[in-house]
Design a protein around this ligand. Structure first.
Ligand code: ATP
Length: 152
């Protein structure tokens, strides 16, 4: 699967914990292009706006799974005339759970993970309607063969 990435893009990596967002970010984007979607939201929004104003490719690893969180990025991408690309990690709950169990550090409880997986499923139905024009869904079967084609 080839995913076109216009030079002036805001890329949203969306998916539950353990779905493989950071793995995709590390494999396909430069570290300086990737911002973590968790943490101080006001600071992140400022940083994203600053980068988009300069036309700098920006990838957000782990956009919170609510439609409300995405709404901000729909607006900011539109305001700065950059392409908005969503990459949704449709990884089964059991696999996310298994991966998280094998990791060190803190991860969501099984119940919280189930909720995240459900939120992702809801998001999959709504991303296009929310105004995100470029929506790509990756699964464990497709993720290893994906390539991101950076375009001028
Ligand atoms: P979080 O939101 O909790 O940060 P994440 O969605 O960013 O999670 P990753 O950190 O990319 O998920 O991956 C979680 C674990 O699963 C890691 O240990 C990683 O090595 C493993 N993993 C991710 N993608 C794959 C893959 N395609 N094949 C095998 N293992 C994978």
């Amino acid at each position: 699967m080839k995913i076109p990435i216009p030079e002036q893009s805001l890329v949203l990596l969306i998916g539950p914990s353990g779905s493989g967002k950071s793995t995709v970010a590390n494999a396909h984007f430069l570290p300086e292009d990737v911002l973590s979607g968790t943490g101080n939201e006001a600071k992140l929004h400022d940083e994203v706006a600053r980068r988009l104003k300069q036309g700098t490719l920006t990838v957000i690893d782990g956009v919170p799974l609510s439609a409300e969180s995405r709404r901000h990025y729909v607006t900011v991408a539109r305001d700065h005339h950059v392409a908005l690309v969503a990459v949704a990690m449709d990884t089964p709950e059991a696999l996310c759970l298994e991966r998280n169990r094998a990791r060190t550090g803190s991860h969501p409880s099984p119940r919280a993970l189930r909720n995240q997986v459900q939120q992702l499923q809801n998001a999959l139905k709504g991303l296009t309607k929310e105004g995100i024009r470029h929506v790509h869904v990756l699964t464990p079967e497709t993720v290893d063969a994906v390539s991101f084609e950076h375009r001028p």
